[in-house]
Design a protein around this ligand. Structure first.
Ligand code: KG4
Ligand code: ZN
Length: 338
């Protein structure tokens, strides 16, 4: 039987969002994220600035999460934190803080793999949200990750495909940069794509064997395509922005769908759960919800799909139930075994 009174404080600081959440069992009581806007002017995350901003944000963010949840520190059962993967300086802030607080409150410490958390976010209990059943396939797509994972149980998962170079979010953001759009450009490509023709400019899909992905060739192809057309017409981007964005987005979606089709064929699994910031993309959502291939797709609430601490908390809860705790000797890991 479930322990009915588990309160987890979860902390996420792997990249450029400082986040804290409080969970009561598998329900989220609060989910607070402080985005770091400082990076926008640099066109990407600057690691040193990210760790400094985590230092500034972590106390107010945790305080806000506890207050919003109306939970006192003394009520907490355990602290779950992101151990990795991520930027070392960023991870260190969350790890050190979690260790200190667990010592001060004398409660267990739980280390969470950020990638597992993106996948297990689907198990957050939400009214009206159907959870996937094991085994299922998870497609994690964000600015830092592109993976297809076969999920056999909460703690048994295997990566069956991943990117060999850029993540899919980077493919969106770098293409946007070529078009002169501000960072992060993914949401802007999505916005302009809605008004454009996805077949206007065909881009070649990369030929990568098996279930792995590659996006760097596409980025180069887009760069050359834009340079060439701008030579002929300096206003090429302005005059064709919607069609260019729709064509780029269409190509990226087809790359993802092709690999999912292959993964379904190889595993026989037709439940597909997507996560990560790129799953906000309206084209991907529409394509997956078309139900063209007889798949059952799961897309969590937006706040649980981008980097957040509620997803760390749900893994924390599952680990709490199976006594998977750490000592204060635990360390952050920029790269971590899956
Ligand atoms: O999960 P996330 O918030 O952070 C990590 O990278 O871990 O994902 C951010 C990424 C960025 O690359 C951003 O451009 C992309 O998700 N993104 C989108 C959309 N919304 C966010 N890409 C395409 N379409 C969107 N609507
Ligand atoms: Zn992430």
């Amino acid at each position: 039987m479930q322990n009915p009174e588990v309160f987890i404080l979860a902390i996420e600081s792997s990249c450029d969002d400082t986040a804290a959440a409080v969970l009561h069992n598998d329900k989220v009581l609060s989910n607070v994220v402080a985005n770091q806007l400082i990076h926008n002017q640099y066109g990407g995350v600057v690691p040193e600035l990210a760790s400094r901003a985590h230092q500034q944000n972590i106390v107010p963010v945790i305080d806000a999460a506890l207050r919003k949840a109306n939970v006192q520190k003394e009520q907490l059962s355990a602290i779950a934190f992101t151990q990795g993967p991520g930027l070392m300086g960023s991870l260190l802030v969350g790890t050190s803080f979690s260790k200190s607080l667990s010592l001060a409150l004398n409660i267990p410490l739980i280390a969470v793999n950020h990638m597992h958390a993106h996948i297990l976010a689907h198990f957050i209990d939400e009214d009206g949200y159907d959870k996937p059943e094991f085994p299922f396939l998870a497609l994690t797509i964000s600015g830092g990750h592109t993976q297809i994972v076969k999920v056999n149980s909460f703690f048994d998962m295997e990566i069956i495909g991943e990117t060999t170079d850029d993540a899919v979010g980077e493919a969106f953001d770098k293409s946007a940069k070529i078009l002169g759009l501000p960072y992060p450009g993914g949401p802007l490509i999505d916005k302009y794509a809605k008004e454009g023709n996805p077949k206007a400019f065909p881009f070649t899909k990369p030929k990568v064997p098996g279930l792995d992905f590659s996006f760097s060739g596409l980025k180069t192809a887009i760069l050359y395509f834009i340079q060439k057309n701008k030579q002929e017409n300096p206003n090429f981007i302005d005059e064709n922005l919607n069609d260019i964005c729709a064509s780029i987005q269409h190509t990226i979606i087809e790359i993802l769908i092709d690999k999912l089709k292959l993964a379904v064929k190889e595993t026989g699994i037709t439940q597909i759960a997507i996560g990560g910031g790129v799953s906000a993309n309206s084209g991907i959502r529409t394509r997956l919800q078309e139900n063209k291939y007889g798949w059952k797709t799961f897309i969590p609430k937006f706040e649980y799909t981008t980097d957040n601490a509620a997803m760390i908390g749900i893994v924390g809860y599952q680990k709490y139930l199976s006594n998977r705790f750490e000592t204060s000797a635990v360390v952050s890991k920029a790269r971590i075994e899956f």
